[in-house]
Design a protein around this ligand. Structure first.
Ligand SMILES: [Zn+2]
Ligand SMILES: [Zn+2]
Length: 336
């Protein structure tokens, strides 16, 4: 029987030899956190280890007083004699793959990742390993992203069209990751970009932490309605179709999400436009990452693991499902 460096128990992904968990969903003693999305960074752990750029958002969401240690990419920590390091996952600011080395064996837990360089998050780095635990949020062949610059151009055009009709443009995007990626890449010469409080808070925390991001404005209740008329407003999914949106009337709405790639998605019907922009790897990206790390064994989790496992098996790779309580990107899929 092969020796498993990482297993799953009722609390989450567990490394018995190191005595720590990775993104555990129940409170534990020691947690290594791949990134600050709420389905990965849960409250209540006694100790957190994460990348430096996770820190401002972990503290914002879990409290200033959490016991948090941070690391740079490539830095190594010894935990019970195991070597643990974090490496760029390209998913959102502060996201990391976790590399664990013990007894000559290397395991890598991908966390969430994407391969396209969003110009803000350090790009995904394939890490050579024996066993790779990969996410599969969009692990179906039907998911195939267009190059991001095409999507950004579509968003710019939509914004300009709305300006021509004297409408505000409300763009729904999750507050950590997607919102910063849009702010970084959209055309600010078109007009002002405003943000819902949830988006503005994350943006401000990153800037306070020294991360260079373009300036945006807070879409507060005191702003005159005229300020919004030709503007783009970025808001999280929870704000869609709430009274909060009234201050922007008349407006057009859109969602930027990987889910928008599927026709007939019910979220499509809730808005005027859908832009298929995802911070996860598509089918091809997942396959590229799995091949690039050279792993002889792959565990698939966090999405369409059964389809991916079958596909890898047909190609002669040793692949297994790793069932967890994750149900995809909660922030990207919340309530719509
Ligand atoms: Zn995520
Ligand atoms: Zn996730």
């Amino acid at each position: 029987m092969k020796y498993d460096l990482i297993t799953v128990n009722e609390n989450g992904l567990y490394c018995p030899a190191g005595g720590f968990y990775i993104d555990p969903w129940r409170p534990v003693e020691r947690a290594v956190i791949t990134h600050a999305h709420s389905d990965h960074a849960r409250p209540g752990h006694s100790y957190y280890l994460a990348h430096n750029h996770c820190a401002p958002i972990l503290r914002l969401r879990l409290g200033q007083d959490i016991n948090l240690e941070t690391m740079e990419y490539g830095e190594t920590r010894a935990m019970n004699g195991l070597r643990v390091s974090l490496h760029p996952a390209g998913h959102v600011l502060g996201s990391a793959q976790v590399r664990i080395e013990h007894g000559g064996k290397v395991w890598v837990v991908s966390g969430d990742y994407k391969l396209e360089n969003d110009r803000l998050t350090p790009a995904f780095e394939p890490i050579h390993c024996h066993t790779f635990i990969t996410e599969s949020t969009f692990g179906l062949p039907v998911y195939k992203w267009r190059p991001q610059d095409e999507i950004f151009e579509q968003v710019n055009q939509w914004w300009a069209e709305n300006q021509g009709k004297n409408k505000a443009s409300i763009l729904i995007a999750y507050a950590l990751g997607k919102a910063q990626r849009l702010v970084e890449n959209l055309d600010h010469s078109l007009g002002d970009i405003y943000a819902h409080g949830a988006v503005f808070n994350v943006h401000t925390k990153f800037r306070e932490a020294g991360i260079t991001l373009p300036e945006i404005k807070y879409a507060g209740p005191d702003m005159p309605k005229s300020a919004f008329m030709r503007s783009l407003i970025i808001a999280p999914p929870s704000a869609l179709n709430t009274p909060w949106m009234r201050r922007f009337e008349p407006y057009s709405t859109a969602i930027a999400s990987g889910c928008m790639a599927i026709r007939g998605n019910k979220r499509r019907k809730a808005v005027d436009r859908g832009f298929a922009l995802s911070d996860h790897a598509d089918w091809q990206g997942l396959n590229e990452a799995i091949n690039a790390c050279g792993a002889e064994r792959v565990f698939v989790t966090h999405g369409y693991q059964d389809v991916m496992v079958k596909w890898l098996g047909e190609k002669g790779k040793e692949a297994h499902e790793l069932k967890t309580e994750f149900v995809g990107e909660s922030e990207e899929f919340d309530g719509l």
